[in-house]
Design a binder for this molecule. Sequence first.
Ligand code: ADP
Ligand code: MG
Length: 149
Amino acid sequence: MERTLILVKVDGVQRRLVGEILGRFEAKGLKLVGLKFRQFPREVIEEHYGEHRDKPFFPDVVGFMTSGPVCALALEGPEAISVCRKLIGQTQSREADPGTIRGDLGISRQFNLVHGSDSADSAERELALWFSDEELVDYSLCDEVWLGD
Ligand code: ADP
Ligand code: MG
């Protein structure tokens, strides 16, 4: 089992797509283990995108992601990190495959609706940044037997 950090970005919230986006992950078989919704401080967003600190788009993405509320999700499932990245699609939404969230719902590179951790290391780092241990919920789902290998 893996856990991954998903963000419905400011554009996804503004476009009223939180339910649609969360619904896609739920329908796939991922388990919701953490959820929060608010406008987050600049320090959290800068830390989150720390790997991009030296890139030219860093100020833009920080400005965009601090401009309104964001929905943070912690999702659990087998190979959850790569499964979610596949559901999300390529960074440039115009090139993302149909069937993916970005491919179906977006047309921008910057405003690409959703973030998903890209590796086990980033999932661990990002989950710790966005959620405390107590905010991540351990529980069973009644259909887990149908979500096996
Ligand atoms: P991903 O979200 O697919 O992992 P990256 O980690 O490369 O993509 O970039 C982080 C986020 O920064 C992107 O999702 C997007 O919102 C924004 N971004 C990436 N590249 C650019 C760019 N060239 N111009 C503007 N924004 C960008
Ligand atoms: Mg990334």
